[in-house]
Ligand binder design. Structure first.
Ligand SMILES: NC(=O)c1ccc[n+]([C@@H]2O[C@H](COP(=O)([O-])OP(=O)(O)OC[C@H]3O[C@@H](n4cnc5c(N)ncnc54)[C@H](OP(=O)(O)O)[C@@H]3O)[C@@H](O)[C@H]2O)c1
Length: 238
């Protein structure tokens, strides 16, 4: 598929696993140059090597998106390494746990400010045709288990990205927020929930219209004769 991304320069945060990794893989498959980060240097090095196999320029360095100045330095150095920035995907989350006050701070720092600081840093370097794709969650807009900080902080991104799109649209820069439903992959949140809280996993899986969680990778289109409820663990698209 030609998405018109060949030669574009894209920054993706949290791109050694899960959705961010798949986004980076898709970008290099389309011929884009990519800059990535995650907190663990050895995982970043392995991802840079694997992503580089497509032949485009791939740059990465360990960075905690919640670290403020280190994060801004990573953005600066990634843009320098790629020779500019056309696409920015602030993908990282602080997740969802039950420590009430600290989790609110962590989600504000990582999910909200990680997106806002990143957009503030890349926008002056973007020209017409640039695109920001932030990552929300259906938990921000739908009934979801409990009133966690994660859900509310992700909801803040809806207002922020909508109004940012209005501010930079006249410059030819697009801003979108993608809200995935539950996405399962090895070592990810739903994989852990399946292992440690199987009753919650099953309750949530049963709410999915197709009877299964999504996966970061694209799956074959189901044939019309396929059962509506696929077995858990079968390939599924997001
Ligand atoms: N999975 C789902 O069901 C789901 C559903 C809806 C929305 N989302 C959203 O999709 C996005 C990606 O989630 P995911 O589940 O695919 O991945 P994830 O498990 O949250 O994280 C995957 C990547 O982010 C890196 N990372 C985590 N914290 C970081 C930090 N503070 N600084 C830099 N890198 C960090 C991880 O590497 P290190 O551990 O080495 O840092 C890894 O590369 C998030 O915004 C999430 O809220 C996910």
């Amino acid at each position: 598929m030609d998405l018109g991304l060949s030669g574009k320069r894209a920054l993706v945060t949290g791109a050694t696993k899960g959705i961010g990794r798949r986004i980076a893989e898709r970008l290099v498959q389309e011929g884009a140059h990519v800059g990535i980060c995650a907190r663990h240097q050895e995982d970043v090095e392995a991802a840079v090597e694997a992503l580089g196999a497509q032949g485009t320029r791939v740059w990465g360095r360990a960075c905690d998106v919640g670290s403020g100045s280190h994060y801004l330095q990573w953005i600066h150095d990634a843009i320098a390494a790629l020779g500019g920035v056309d696409v920015f995907v602030p993908n990282v989350t602080a997740g969802s746990r039950r420590d009430p006050v600290e989790q609110w701070r962590a989600n504000f720092e990582v999910d909200v400010l990680g997106t806002v600081r990143g957009c503030d840093a890349v926008l002056p370097k973007m020209t017409s045709g640039g695109a920001i794709v932030a990552i929300g969650t259906t938990a921000a807009v739908e009934t979801f288990m409990a009133p966690h900080a994660y859900n509310a902080m992700k909801a803040a991104l809806i207002t922020y990205t909508k109004q940012l799109s209005q501010a930079v649209g006249p410059k030819g820069i697009r801003v979108n927020l993608v809200l995935p439903g539950p996405i399962e992959f090895e070592g990810g949140a739903w994989d852990r929930i399946k292992t440690h809280m199987p009753e919650i996993y099953e309750r949530m899986r049963a709410l999915e219209p197709m009877g299964r969680m999504g996966r970061p990778e694209k799956s074959p289109t189901p044939s019309p004769s396929s059962p509506a409820t696929a077995p858990v663990g079968s390939p599924a698209s997001i």
